[in-house]
Design a protein around this ligand. Structure first.
Ligand code: C5P
Length: 403
């Protein structure tokens, strides 16, 4: 499994909130990604979840007391915060946020936060009125001014039965935030437009012709660009995948829909990464009604027309984005890829052999440019996507004009 958080030491702080049960799952997922997690709990948090649970899950002692005579120097607050790459307090109660705002240190977790020399992140969790309260909002402003990072809160139903803002983010969202937090921001300030998935061209309301594409590569690239700090717009054909976190998502069906969505967004983008497997043709005489097999006494005659080449159109825009294309071929990859790159007038084209990667989790990419071919390490699509983003930034000539 891909371990993007290997070598990261994280202190997970638990305060008194019912959302603390979700932190157990968050801890496990952090570990899956390679992080070492140390848990510190406030005394009141121990009424919601037991230290034993976190000890068993993390495989390490859980810190609940400021004074611990078992430790050599009883300075867990110093030792832990010096090793850590970040402290993440999830859930962070209203009371704990107030404490942080004023620099109080009357339990192990608040002491740890005060003594830290690493980033501090909090994931608030409280009732909507507590969150909206002027005192809490004042504390939020002060904490942000002090450089504390806030993840969430989310909006939705609350344990108290009310609905509103104040829910802790879900473990998957906290994990997505963690990955983004630790990714170098090499795309900070850039607007990146990505297409992904197949397109579907209607024969009639229930039948389509399409390309085989799971969307996995495009989604992974969109997510990796977002984690690298870009503002990402993903225009996607039909896939079975969950929308990437923190990415502006537009669902389309046909190539002509995709073309319209892309052309509307392309002028504002700095980089366009065209991963979609766009159908080359649409059916001009598509039927409005389902074609009945037993009524037509001959096979349906499909009248094909060419779809717009979205990538070539974007590449020909006057003040358009810098373009990266993809080529999936079954043979003669180098030859076809380089020819396609020149025909579409783009600097960088990413090639792969269809039979090796289609629908798979693994991928093997080759970058074609004027300089020739460059192989990217083979691996999981999730793992290769950030490598490709790094490479794209090596090739990217920079913004040519203000948009
Ligand atoms: O289909 P083809 O091999 O030409 O695809 C090469 C590149 O062009 C891909 O990046 C694909 O997303 C893009 N393309 C497109 N519009 C099309 C066909 C392909 O944007 N109609």
């Amino acid at each position: 499994m891909h371990k993007p958080l290997a070598n990261k030491q994280i202190v997970l702080g638990i305060t008194a909130g019912i959302a603390a049960y979700k932190s157990a799952e968050f801890l496990r997922r952090l570990q899956d990604l390679g992080a070492t997690v140390h848990v510190a709990m406030t005394p009141a948090a121990c009424q919601f979840m037991t230290p034993t649970t976190f000890q068993a899950l993390s495989g390490r002692p859980v810190f609940t007391d400021t004074i611990d005579t078992q430790l050599q120097n009883s300075m867990a607050h110093i030792n832990l915060s010096r090793q850590a790459d970040a402290i993440i307090v999830a859930p962070a109660s209203a009371d704990f946020m107030a404490k942080l705002t004023h620099g109080l240190a009357d339990d192990i977790l608040s002491t740890l936060c005060l003594a830290r020399n690493c980033p501090l992140i909090i994931a608030p969790a409280m009732n909507r009125e507590m969150w909206a309260n002027a005192a809490t909002q004042r504390n939020v402003k002060q904490l942000q001014a002090d450089g504390v990072h806030l993840w969430g809160p989310g909006y939705g139903s609350q344990a108290c039965g009310e609905i509103g803002s104040g829910r802790m983010l879900e473990p998957a969202q906290l994990l997505a935030e963690s990955l983004a937090f630790f990714t170098p921001k090499i795309m900070q300030g850039l607007r990146v437009l990505v297409t992904a998935g197949p397109t579907e061209e209607a024969i009639d309301p229930v039948r389509v012709i399409s390309n085989k594409s799971s969307g996995k590569t495009g989604y992974a690239i969109a997510q990796a660009a977002q984690r690298a700090g870009a503002q990402v717009q993903l225009v996607s054909g039909p896939t079975a995948l969950a929308q990437p976190y923190g990415v502006d998502f537009t669902a389309v069906t046909s190539a002509r829909d995709m073309y319209a969505a892309v052309m509307q967004r392309a002028p504002q983008a700095d980089i366009f990464i065209s991963v979609a497997a766009v159908a080359d043709w649409y059916i001009k005489n598509a039927s409005d009604q389902k074609i009945k097999k037993h009524v037509v006494n001959q096979l349906p005659q499909l009248d094909f027309a060419e779809n717009p080449d979205i990538l070539a159109q974007v590449a020909s825009l006057d003040h358009g984005p810098w373009c990266v294309g993809f080529a999936a071929e079954t043979e003669g990859l180098t030859e076809y890829a380089q020819a396609k790159r020149k025909r579409k007038n783009i600097d960088l084209l990413v090639g792969n052999l269809v039979q090796k990667v289609l629908g798979q989790n693994q991928t093997e990419l080759i970058l074609y440019s004027d300089a020739g071919a460059e192989h990217l390490a083979k691996g999981d699509k999730q793992e290769v996507a950030p490598l490709l983003i790094n490479k794209i930034m090596q090739y990217y000539p920079g913004r040519t004009q203000e948009k």
